[in-house]
Design a protein around this ligand. Sequence first.
Ligand code: FE2
Length: 149
Amino acid sequence: MTGRKKVEEEYLEVIYELISEKGQARVSDIAEKLRISPASVTEMVQKLKKRGFVTQEKYSPIKLTEKGSKIAEIVRRRHDILKAFLQLLGINEEVAERDACEIEHNVNQETVKRLTSLIEFIQHAPESQEWLKKFISFHKERILSGEEF
Ligand code: FE2
């Protein structure tokens, strides 16, 4: 996947989040979330506009087009699934959040489907909870023994 696609997805995801959280997405809020300058955001918003992902009237909040919304929803869903999977493995929320945001742009849809099924399977099969606990202690023991991997 190209870097451009990753950046576009990142922006659409943030715009989607802002609209769900605050009801609107403004350049300053996007800049704050992505920790970049408002000027860079404005530049990228123009590109997203040209590509048909967002609309924006002068001095107004940014809106997602249907096409932009669709991508944002897919990315968001991938993010949630990946995060849930990583947390299931015992990874803390902060790291799971960050890693999910990295992986979400490069993951195959088939993988996402499998992970979704796996998460549901584990949640609904009590014996798998035991298996999971054993896995987490197995991992901790490996770390404690100083094993390199
Ligand atoms: Fe994300």
